[in-house]
Write a protein that binds this ligand. Structure first.
Ligand SMILES: Cc1ncc(COP(=O)(O)O)c(C=O)c1O
Length: 360
């Protein structure tokens, strides 16, 4: 279903205040209820004082469904589309650590769908972490030989071929890794609207800092800011090094996804409306999903100063990026900064075993 937005006949831009436009657009889309919203928006007073920031945390790890996070928001829109198209099976894919596959299988079960997951990597014995949860959920697992920590073009190619095979065999609705598809973008447009409501109708942060994998969450935030008419910068901290990001995440390109969604939803936006953003590298040089010393420091700092947990694969690296960027002046002191917690906590307890290099 396409949204009807208010347009001034003399102007390409949406008419009137952006927030009602943003909200009416999101409300016009098919959506299931899987999570609990709004998620809390909390001030990080002690950490903010330490970093000399007006620092806030959007707690999407509390979004529910299972362990919360960005997938809960995205899946409300994605599965609504799958069901509207009459599917009873979904097929998706991700690495052995994937939150996305686990959350997708959980959401599928919640609404009575069957889940098939193509998992890149070897089947560990015994299963642990998200793989064990996938097993509890009765998802059918198909292992491909792709190692997402140090991906090769050949491994990724074979992974993709297996995905196509499973879709052909099951006739299932295909959900790309990370839930990166235009249908998912309204999820974080809605999060922007939700945050603006929590701030009394304005999105009054100087910048948003979040973790980027496939880029779909970042794109949703950018679309929400643009449609809402909010002036804010986005720092998306890469959770893989440049080499891995090419192979694993297919070079996340929020501008390209932004324009794709503009066309898909017929939004009154163009390339000039993409808010300022940067993909920030340097915080996941060990490779995708490999815990880092900086990430470990970030987890401990957040836990000890504020009593909130970060996950080792995504949010810890993003928060390491935030702290470093404050230290080197890329984020000016005194800024009002929103750190978007995108979840992933189900990876915490197994990160050490699962990512340790094999013994030599
Ligand atoms: C916990 C968590 N944070 C952030 C991301 C990155 O989101 P995106 O792939 O939309 O960039 C993911 C998934 O990829 C995730 O599982």
């Amino acid at each position: 279903m396409m949204a009807t937005l208010l347009r001034d006949p003399h102007c390409e831009k949406p008419m009137s205040s952006g927030l009602p436009n943003l909200e009416s657009f999101v409300a016009s889309l098919p959506r299931l209820t899987l999570g609990q919203f709004p998620t809390p928006l909390v001030k990080l007073g002690r950490l903010g004082d330490r970093l000399d920031l007006d620092l806030w945390l959007k707690r999407d790890e509390c979004a529910g469904l299972a362990v919360g996070g960005n997938k809960t928001r995205k899946l409300e829109f994605i599965l609504a589309d799958a069901m509207a198209k009459g599917h009873d099976t979904i097929v998706t894919a991700g690495p052995v650590t994937s939150n996305h596959t686990m959350m997708t299988a959980m959401a599928a079960r919640r609404v009575g769908l069957t889940a098939h997951c193509v998992v890149g990597g070897e089947r560990p014995r015994p299963l642990s972490g998200n793989l064990l949860l996938l097993d509890y959920l009765g998802a059918t697992l198909h292992f491909s030989p792709a190692d997402f920590r140090a991906p090769t073009a050949e491994g990724v190619h074979r992974h993709q071929a297996l995905c196509r095979e499973v879709v052909d065999e099951t006739g299932g609705y295909w959900i790309p890794g990370g839930g990166t598809m235009p249908q998912a973008e309204p999820a974080y447009m809605n999060a922007v609207a939700e945050i603006a409501r929590q701030r009394g109708g304005v999105f009054d942060f100087d910048r948003v800092v979040l973790a980027i994998g496939t880029g779909s969450t970042t794109t949703g935030v950018l679309l929400g800011l643009a449609l809402g008419g909010f002036d804010c910068r986005v720092d998306a901290v890469a959770t893989a090094n440049r080499a891995a990001i090419e192979e694993v995440f297919k070079r996340p390109d929020p501008t390209r996804h932004f324009l794709k969604s503009v066309t898909h939803f017929d939004l009154p936006l163009g390339a000039a409306d993409v808010p300022p953003y940067e993909i920030v590298f340097g915080f996941a040089e060990e490779g995708y999903s490999v815990p880092s010393a900086g990430g470990d420091r970030a987890i401990r700092t957040m836990a000890r100063e504020e009593g909130y947990l970060l996950d080792p694969v995504y949010t810890a690296k993003a928060f390491d990026g935030l702290m470093t960027m404050v230290g080197d002046g890329r984020i000016p002191k005194g800024s009002r900064v929103l750190f978007l917690h995108t979840g992933g906590l189900s990876m915490t307890s197994v990160s050490d075993q699962q990512f340790a290099p094999p013994p030599v």
